[in-house]
Write a protein that binds this ligand. Sequence first.
Ligand code: SAM
Length: 425
Amino acid sequence: MHYHIFTLFPEFFHSPLSCGLMNKAREKEILRFSLINPRDYALDRHKSVDDRPYGGGPGMVMLLDPLVKALNAAPVGCKKILLTPKGRPLGQRRAALLSREKDLALICGRYEGIDARLEELFDLELISIGDFVLNGGEAAALCLMEAVARFLPGFLGKQESTGEESFSAGFLEYPHYTRPEEYSGLRVPEVLLSGNHARITRWRREKALENTLKYRSELLEEKVLQPEDIDCLQKIPRPRPGRNLHLVLVHHPVLNKMGRESTTSLTNLDIHDIGRVWATYGLGGYYLCTPLRDQQALAERLIRHWTRGFGAQANPDRARALSGIRICSSVQEAIQEIAHKAGVRPVVVATSATGTGNIRCKGVRELLSNSPVLLLLGTGYGLAGSLLDEADHILSPIRFLEGYNHLSVRSAVSILVDRILGDFS
Ligand SMILES: C[S@@+](CC[C@H](N)C(=O)[O-])C[C@H]1O[C@@H](n2cnc3c(N)ncnc32)[C@H](O)[C@@H]1O
């Protein structure tokens, strides 16, 4: 692999490329490096490589001409990578693919970046090494060079391999231990001393899953899990923030077709389906809110049938789903009951299909680690303005960037609760 590094600071690379594995790889000719300074291609007396930005603003912008001339001298067919915060984040999979290239040109920006027309002049792959801003692309290029080099045959020692490292299998790595067996009262896990390779392999897999679930659970979303992995994940104790999430299905005050405040009737399907969401996600409370006595009586009858009557015998799962429902006359009543049980007033989060909201599902998830949250779910044409005004937050609507987003309340609840509490969220 030949790295062609385009940089205004070639000296940046001297030390990192002359020590450790990178140096050994250079000696073994697994890696070659060329440092190309665009300044050497600048034609004016001052060897200028930057200028002020059109439109004003702070900082300087790298000039096109010296860099274009430098890049034109790169080998034909050489893959060109621009290190930039707006690029696709570098991952292990991308690093493995890049290791198949013969030549990689790494373009390091400086100052405010490079004149944007560079991206139109060359076929560039844009890569970022994370959501932060560095002084220049050099540190990013070094990260990429190391990550890619580790996949080259002969780069790592015989004993080492990238196969078991973090991200390679889609998991974080298991923990390592070395001598002594005991340090400050901390012992190396017994299984690692057992000599039983099957047990050690199983233990390492379990610890890799545990680490991934604990630190980077979103990685598991992309992974095809084996049945034994799922068994293992189910056994790992983890926080259950769902207990802190309460739902209230509001039938008053809501809006009607004309946009006036009114009261809706109960909907059997909503009651059942939201109950099933409540049970699936292990939620705290599920309130049916209606001030109408006859509707309350109807709800009680329905719930009795499914939780204690014939329905419960016929369908015990449904009995469980409806077992958490409580009937209340107002949202205030639900808030007071939760406050009474939890010893603290819940944060009230209203939902709406319009507007943009002021909190996302991730924000609600964060709230749950410290306090109970009551999610207000509107029926009819949505929650009345008074409820939206009094809520602590309004959750961003599902698909608010699209023209049509008219979901039933039960569909919306399923999507929102999963975004807040999904297995790997
Ligand atoms: C000070 S930064 C310019 C940042 C730019 N004004 C912005 O806000 O996106 C200078 C150069 O550092 C490099 N750089 C900074 N952060 C990076 C990152 N996270 N990943 C890759 N390259 C980065 C890029 O080459 C960039 O052109």
